[in-house]
Write a protein that binds this ligand. Structure first.
Ligand SMILES: N[C@@H](CCC(=O)N[C@@H](CS)C(=O)NCC(=O)O)C(=O)O
Length: 114
């Protein structure tokens, strides 16, 4: 599985933390958000032109919450994303709080490149 990311991106970093916690190996592909070539490459995967993007075979998935849920769902025996409805709802509540706002300091850092 490949994760297109930027090292300063909080959205990408939380996917990397979730993958570490789940023991899922990711091939990291760094996108320089300040590079036009990298932006074009990113837009081929995600029309919203945002990292992170996960590629798993034919699956191309953007949005950090969806990616974290996918990684948990495909990990047998994992305990971080509960099958219990109430516990799962609480995880969804906390993970859907935005990590990154357009124009925020973090996004500005990403756009300036690494
Ligand atoms: N809701 C998205 C947010 C993704 C997002 O905003 N990513 C930022 C980096 S944290 C980005 O790619 N920014 C590029 C830009 O603003 O040009 C998610 O959770 O994945």
């Amino acid at each position: 599985m490949q994760l297109y990311h930027h090292p300063f991106s909080p959205s990408a970093r939380r996917v990397r933390m979730a993958a570490d916690h789940l023991g899922v190996a990711l091939d990291l592909v760094e996108i320089n958000l300040a590079s036009q070539d990298d932006r074009r490459r990113l837009e081929e995967l995600n029309a919203n032109s945002r990292v992170p993007v996960l590629v798993d075979g034919a699956l191309v998935l953007s949005e950090s919450c969806a990616i974290m849920q996918y990684l948990a769902d495909r990990t047998p025996g994992q305990a971080v994303y509960s099958q219990d409805w109430a516990a799962r709802a609480d995880v969804n509540r906390s993970t859907t709080i935005p990590t990154c706002w357009r124009g925020s300091r973090a996004c500005g850092n990403c756009r300036r490149g690494s």
